[in-house]
Ligand binder design. Structure first.
Ligand code: MRU
Length: 339
């Protein structure tokens, strides 16, 4: 399953706002279209945002080249800054833009071919990292496990294959008969719309539940493992992920269920000592007061709108990466991972 394609000098994104009922590809041939797709979650998930930004720079600079006949360092910076301003939490966005900046500096005269090659490499590497991570993660999944996840950390959220769902895919490919439980993930329903869609396509048994039902599900004994993705993980192992993840981790601790985060090393921000420093995106109150065109709450009601929360590392049993599973003490062991 793929959500991002680059063909004939144009970026195509599977419009995730319309899933699961419509599979429509957006033709993103300008920077405003790409930024709108990121901000409105037509493309979403930390690694997928990074891949999109890497291709986005190519699209934006192709346009500059066509209009002016050349690409300057100022042009690069302007396109880079525009893409960087779309969403603040997923560090893969900034990581991919920085990788492309190095490529631009090394090829200032004719940057386009090198930038496209790098974008394709970022995309391909992400798929490979997810597959490797999946194999490591599958080690903690036992035959017959009930596996809970929150939001969508699947093929749609990455270059392909997925992080948390990549772990489930790998366990399933190894013949382990798992059952996935998908929290619906208010307010934008990534679990309900996207995780179930991916698991059904894959033939992996999946059950959908409202976020408020997670404690009751755990109490019933149906969940043996929790695996989620991450938008940014700090140097001490604090994990930022979709709002509601921290509550899941607290519940898992209460019921003695191991809580894992699966993420590529491109999601780890070693410049931040703890999760307190991770910028948390606040979104429009409309997403809390209703969904799409439907308003549930009284018009104009005050709303609280964080898109992410930070799970303290004390609640994390392990961080599954493409380089292996990192366990506590995280500050020490994550440092070793980057050594
Ligand atoms: O707001 P979203 O849908 O972009 O949030 C996505 C998540 O929180 C994912 O769990 C995270 O990016 C990891 S995706 C592999």
């Amino acid at each position: 399953m793929e959500a991002i394609r680059f063909q004939d000098s144009t970026l195509y994104l599977l419009d995730q706002r319309r899933l699961p009922h419509e599979e429509t590809w957006l033709r993103c041939d300008t920077i405003p279209k790409i930024c709108e797709a990121i901000v409105t979650l037509a493309v979403r998930g930390a690694p997928a945002i990074g891949v999109t930004a890497a291709y986005g720079l190519v699209v934006g600079l192709q346009d500059v080249q066509q209009r002016t006949g050349r690409i300057t360092a100022e042009d690069f910076k302007q396109v880079q800054d525009t893409l960087a301003a779309t969403r603040p939490t997923a560090v893969n966005l900034f990581w991919a833009l920085e990788r492309q900046e190095k490529i631009f500096r090394a090829n200032p005269k004719e940057p386009l071919a090198a930038l496209l090659e790098e974008a394709r490499m970022i995309h391909q590497e992400d798929i490979e990292m997810c597959r490797t991570m999946g194999r490591f993660g599958a080690e903690v999944i036992d035959d017959g496990d009930g596996c809970l996840t929150h939001c969508n950390a699947g093929a749609l959220a990455t270059g392909g294959y997925g992080t948390a769902l990549g772990v489930f895919r790998a366990a399933w490919e190894e013949g382990k008969k798992i059952h996935v439980y998908a929290d619906e993930t208010r307010p934008l329903l990534q679990g309900s719309r996207l995780t179930t869609y991916e698991m059904i396509k894959e033939g992996i048994p999946v059950t959908l539940l409202c976020d408020t039902m997670t404690g009751q599900l755990m109490k019933s004994g149906k969940v043996q493992k929790v695996v989620v993705g991450s938008d940014r993980t700090a140097a001490n192992g604090d994990v930022a992920n979709k709002i509601g993840t921290m509550q899941v981790a607290i519940l898992a601790k209460h019921f003695g269920i191991p809580f894992y985060a699966a993420l590529p090393t491109s999601t780890i921000d070693m410049s931040l000592a703890s999760g307190d420093d991770i910028p948390i995106e606040m979104r429009s109150g409309d997403e809390v007061a209703g969904f799409g065109e439907t308003l549930f709450a009284p018009a104009g009601v005050d709303t609280f709108t964080p898109a992410f929360d930070v799970t303290p590392h004390e609640l994390v049993a392990g961080i599954i990466t493409e380089k292996g599973i990192v366990r506590a003490p995280y500050t020490e062991n994550l440092k070793k991972l980057f050594a």
